[in-house]
Design a protein around this ligand. Structure first.
Ligand code: UFG
Length: 348
C-alpha cells in the first residue's frame, strides 16, 4: 500500500478492540496519523502497547464513550482537524442484544449518530463504517452481492448495523462533502502474525475461532458444534472466514478511495470476506491439521438465531477497492493459535 505525503488524521473508534487494533496498525504503517477513542468495555489498554510494539508509534488515546456527545465534542475540539473516522465502537454480542435491546440500540445508534454529527460540526470528510453480513439475514441466493436485498435482522444487534448504514447514508445525502463507505464483514478470524494483538474475549467466547483456540489451550473442556443437520456437505453451518489483517487492509483501501476522490457515490457499500463458504467441521479439521492439536468437540443442537449458510461475492471490492483476502484459512487459524498461546503463556 502506498504512503501518504500529507498526513491525514483519522479517528478510530473502538481502536483498542479486535478489528480496530489491527486496522490501527495498517493505518500507521500506511502513513496515517491515528487517534483512538475507546471506553475499554470489551478491550484493554494492552492492545495499545501491542500496536506500539508492532509499529513503533503510540497513537493518541482518549478513554471515552462514543455515545456521549459532550465527550466527543471535547475530543474533536482538542484533536482539531480530524479528517475522517473509522467507526468500530459497538456492542456486538448477538444473544446479549436480544436480552438487552435498549442498551444495544442506545449505544450503537447514538455512537453512529454522534460520529456523523462530529464530521459535520468539525469539518471531517470521511467515514468508514463497520457493518456486517448480518444485514442480509439468510439470503435466498448465494453468494451474496451488495445488491442482495437486506432483510430484517434476526437480532437487535443486527438491526443496529442495518439502521447504522441508513443513518450514514441519509446523513451524507444531506451534507456537502462527506463521503462514506460501509464494509459488510463476513467472519473475520485470526490475529496479527506478530502475536502482539488479537481477539481477547472477556469470559466465554461466542465466536467459533476463539472457542476453538481456548479449547485447544485447555481453557474450555470441549467445543460444542451447534447444528449437525444443516444443508451442507457435512451437516454443519457454512460461513465465510477470512483473516483480520486482510479486513484491516480493506479499511485503509476504503479510506484511500475516498481521499483520492475515486468514490462513485457519496455512500458506497462493499462486501469483505474470502468469497468462499466453509463448514464448522472444516474449520475444526483445518485447525487440527495446521496446529497438530487434537480438539475435543461434540455436535449438539442448533444455536438459536444462527443462519444456515452465507458467503460473499467479493468481486466489487476487488474491482473497486483493489482488495481481496490474501491469507488462507490455515494461515489465519495458525495466527489465532499463536496469539492464544502467547496470551496463555504456552511455549512452542
Ligand atoms: N459455532 C459453534 N460453536 C461455538 C461457536 C460458534 O458451532 O462455540 C458455530 C456457529 O453456530 C456458526 C459458526 O460457528 O455456525 C460461526 O459462528 P460465530 O459465532 O463465530 O459467527 P456468526 O457467523 O454466528 O456471527 C458473526 C459475527 C456476528 C454477526 C454475524 C453475521 O460474530 O457479529 O456473523 O452473520 F452478526
Amino acid at each position: 500500500m502506498r504512503k501518504f505525503s500529507t498526513m491525514q488524521k483519522i479517528l478510530v473508534t473502538g481502536g483498542a478492540g479486535y478489528i480496530g487494533s489491527h486496522t490501527v496498525v495498517e493505518l500507521i504503517n500506511t502513513g496515517f496519523e491515528v487517534v483512538i477513542v475507546d471506553n475499554f468495555s470489551n478491550s484493554t489498554p494492552d492492545s495499545i502497547n501491542g500496536i506500539e510494539r508492532i509499529t513503533g508509534i503510540r497513537p493518541s488515546l482518549h478513554e471515552a464513550d462514543c455515545s456521549d456527545i459532550q465527550a466527543m465534542q471535547k475530543l474533536f475540539f482538542e484533536e482539531k482537524n480530524i479528517d475522517g473516522i473509522i467507526h468500530f465502537a459497538a456492542l456486538k454480542v448477538v444473544g446479549e442484544s436480544v436480552e438487552r435491546p435498549l442498551e444495544y440500540y442506545r449505544n450503537n445508534l447514538l455512537s453512529t449518530i454522534n460520529m456523523m454529527q462530529m464530521l459535520s460540526e468539525f469539518g471531517g470528510k470521511y467515514m468508514v463504517f463497520s457493518s456486517s453480513c448480518t444485514v442480509y439475514g439468510q439470503p435466498d441466493v448465494l453468494p451474496v452481492t451488495e445488491e442482495t436485498p437486506r432483510k430484517l435482522a434476526m437480532s437487535p444487534y443486527g438491526n443496529t448495523k442495518r439502521v447504522g448504514e441508513d443513518i450514514i447514508q441519509d446523513t451524507v445525502k444531506a451534507s456537502h462533502g462527506i463521503y462514506a463507505i460501509a464494509l459488510r464483514y463476513f467472519n473475520p478470524i485470526g490475529a496479527h502474525p506478530s502475536a502482539e494483538i488479537g481477539e481477547l474475549p472477556l469470559g466465554k467466547p461466542d465466536n467459533l475461532v476463539p472457542f476453538i483456540t481456548q479449547t485447544a489451550a485447555g481453557i474450555r473442556e470441549k467445543l460444542q458444534i451447534f447444528g449437525g443437520d444443516y444443508d451442507s456437505p457435512d451437516g454443519t453451518a457454512i460461513r465465510d472466514y477470512f483473516h483480520v489483517v486482510d479486513l484491516a487492509r480493506a479499511h485503509v483501501l476504503a479510506l484511500q478511495r475516498m481521499i483520492d476522490g475515486k468514490s462513485k457515490a457519496t455512500y458506497e457499500v462493499f462486501n469483505v470476506g474470502a468469497g468462499k463458504g466453509v463448514t464448522v467441521l472444516q474449520v475444526v479439521k483445518a485447525f487440527e491439521r495446521v496446529t497438530g492439536v487434537k480438539l475435543n468437540y461434540e455436535i449438539v443442537g442448533r444455536r438459536a438465531g444462527d443462519i444456515e449458510k452465507v458467503w460473499a461475492d467479493t468481486s466489487l471490492a476487488q474491482t473497486e477497492l483493489g482488495w481481496k483476502a490474501l491469507s488462507t484459512l490455515e494461515e489465519a487459524l495458525l495466527t489465532a493459535w499463536n496469539w492464544e498461546k502467547r496470551v496463555k503463556g504456552i511455549k512452542n
